[in-house]
Design a protein around this ligand. Sequence first.
Ligand code: ADX
Length: 515
Amino acid sequence: MQYGHGASTAEVALILVDARKGLLEQTRRHTYIAWLLGIRQMVVTVNKMDLVNFDQGVFSHIRDQFIDCTTSFINGVTLNFVPVSALEGDNVVQLSARMPWYRGPSLLTLLEELPLERQHKSFAFRFPIQNVIRPNQDFRGYAGQIASGIVRPGQGVIALPSLQRASVQEIHLYTRSLKEAFSPMSVVLSLSDHIDLGRGEMLVDPERMPMISKRVIVSLIWMSQKPLLANSPYLVKHTTQVLCGSVTAVRSKLDLNSFDTIPTNALNFNEVGIVELETHKPLFWDPYALNRSTGSLIIIDPRDNNTVGAGLILEPPTEGASSKNEAKFAEAGSDRQHQGITVWFTGLSGSGKTTISNSVYTELVAHGYRVEILDGDDLRKQLNSDLGFSKQDRDENIRRIGFVAQLLTRNGVVALVSAISPYRAIRDEVRCRIGGFLEIYVNAPLTVCEQRDPKGLYRKARAGELPGFTGIDDPYEPPLAPEVQCETDKESLKICTDKVVSAVLALRPLARSNQ
Ligand code: ADX
C-alpha cells in the first residue's frame, strides 16, 4: 500500500502479500495505517500464486494468519482475499482455471462491485478554494473540489479566514449551471456578494463552522528516513493551503507489535505517533473521524520538498481552538496587526533586487510603515564579513540575514531583504521560520544581467577571475511559487514597485499603532 496523501481519501485498501513470503511486519503496519486512515474495506491480494504451484493450502494459511493477527486491532473492516498471479494474469481480470478451488470473483470484478461510502455528502459544506477564475471583468468564480456536503444556489456561506458572509449565486460545471452539487464534485462557484478570495481560503456552512486553530493534536505517520525534528520548520499542506509550521511536541508512539502506546519525544521512519502541531496561520479543520478531507494533512520538508509525514487531525489542544467562536478567532487574528513582514528579493546579480527594494522602501515609508533594508552586499561588509561564496557560506549568509529579518518582523517592521540567495532550500527554511513572508523573484535572463553588469563582475567571472559566480559556474534555483515576480527586462521599475507594495498592503494593512 502507498500511503501518500491519496490514501486519506481512498475507499479501499489493497494489501499485497507475496505467497512465498507470507505475512511480514510491514503487512501488519500497512493494514494498521489503512485502518487509521479510516479505510474500512480491504482487499488482501495474495500474489505470485504461480510460484507456489497455485496451492490452496498456502492461500488458506495466509488468510487465516491474516485474520488471526489483525482482528485484535482492526474492527469494523470488511475483508476480502483473492489469490492472484499478477505476472501471469490469473484471477486479475478473469478467473483462473489453475485455481478452481477459489470460488470468489476476480480482483477487478471485486473492486468494481465493492459498495462505496458516500459519508462526505451528509457532512457540513466545505469548499477549499483551489483557483480564482476571472475570464473577464464581469465574472469571478472560485474553482475547487467540494470536500464535503452539498451546495445549492442561494445558500449562505462564510469565507475563512476573513469571516465574510456571502451567498452562492451559481454553480458551474463546465458550461452548465447546476441546481445542486456535492462532494466529491469539482465545480466553480460564483457568489452574489463581491468578496475577494484566493487559493487556500475556504467557503463553509455558517451553521456548522469547522474548528479554527493554529494548534492541533495529530496522529502522525512518519515516512522519512530522517527522524522528525521537534520545533524544526516544516511545511504543512492542508486542503489547498500550504502553511509553515512545526511539531512542538511528540507525545507518544505506537508499538506496532503490541499496539501499546509508548511515551517518546521522537518519531523515526515508519513510526506512528501522537504529536502537537502548530502552524503560523490558522487551519480550518474538522476531526478526521468526521471529515477525511479537512481532517487530514501532510508534512513536507522544506529542505528537499519531500513528503515526510501524513497526519490525521484528532482534536485541538485543551484550549485555543474555537468552533463557532468567531470572537476568539478575530482576537487571534489581531496579533497579526503588530507583526511586520519580510519581503525577500531573490534573483541573479544585476537582476534589479536592490533597485526595486530601494524604490519599495520609499513607497512604504510614505505609507507610514516602519521599514528596514537588509542588503546582501552591505551585510557582507559587516555582519557577514567572515563569509565567502561556498554553498555552506552562502547558506550561513542567508541564515543570518533571515535571523535579523525575523527579529525585525516580530517587532512590526517591514524588512526588505535583497540577496541573490541562490538556493531554494535555505530560502524556504527561512520563510518557515519567519512566517510573515513575501518572496519576490526578481527575474531577468542571465544574458540581460550580464549585459548590464553594473559592477563588472560577470566580465571577471567569464575571465575566470571570480570562480563560483552565480549564473556562470554556480547554480541559481528560481523560486517555485513566489508571491510576486518582477520581470525587470520587460516591466518598468514603477510596475515592479507597485506589485510589491500591493502585496505588502494586502498582507499587512497598516496597523493603527504604526501610523
Ligand atoms: S548570496 O549568494 O550569499 O545570497 P549575496 O547577495 O549576499 O549572495 O552577495 C552577492 C554579492 O556578492 C554580489 O552582488 C556580488 O557583488 C558579490 N559576489 C562576489 N563573489 C560572488 C560570487 N561568486 N557569486 C555571486 N556574487 C558574488
